[in-house]
Design a protein around this ligand. Structure first.
Ligand code: AMP
Length: 117
């Protein structure tokens, strides 16, 4: 998608602090972290929402999950723990309409709080 920020980051056209990349997935640090570790994991190919991706390429969720484990290991929070969140559409607060998973950790998060989106 020509005007999609995350497509441009995935393609290397806009810089980001990448921490992981494979054939189908890329991960980089969130520009506005809400936890000591806050990484975004996304498919390189554009899908606006989980609703669309689960119809057209459900296997990419598996690729994103595999990447999340590697990111957690690389950030040293695999044992201490982390939270994964994907926002879909307005009420969830989705701002960027290119599917992405938030990986957050690095401190005790406790129970689910709105802060950790
Ligand atoms: P969401 O609300 O789930 O759509 O999350 C969008 C996330 O993208 C937010 O946490 C933003 O801080 C993050 N974000 C926006 N622009 C950038 C960027 N250029 N590089 C890294 N993260 C970004």
């Amino acid at each position: 998608m020509p005007e999609c920020l995350f497509c441009k980051i995935a393609a290397g056209e806009i810089p980001a602090e990448k921490i992981y990349e494979d054939d189908s997935v890329v991960a980089f640090h969130d520009i506005n972290p809400v936890a000591p570790v806050h990484v975004l994991i996304l498919p390189k190919k554009h899908y606006a929402t989980t609703l669309i991706m689960s119809e057209e390429a459900p296997e990419l969720f598996g690729s994103m999950m595999k990447a999340s484990s590697e990111v957690a290991r690389r950030k040293g929070i695999d044992e201490s723990g982390f939270r994964l969140i994907i926002n879909t559409n307005k009420d969830a607060g989705q701002e960027i309409f290119h599917v992405h998973m938030h990986l957050m950790g690095g401190e005790p998060i406790g129970r689910l709080r709105v802060k950790y989106r």
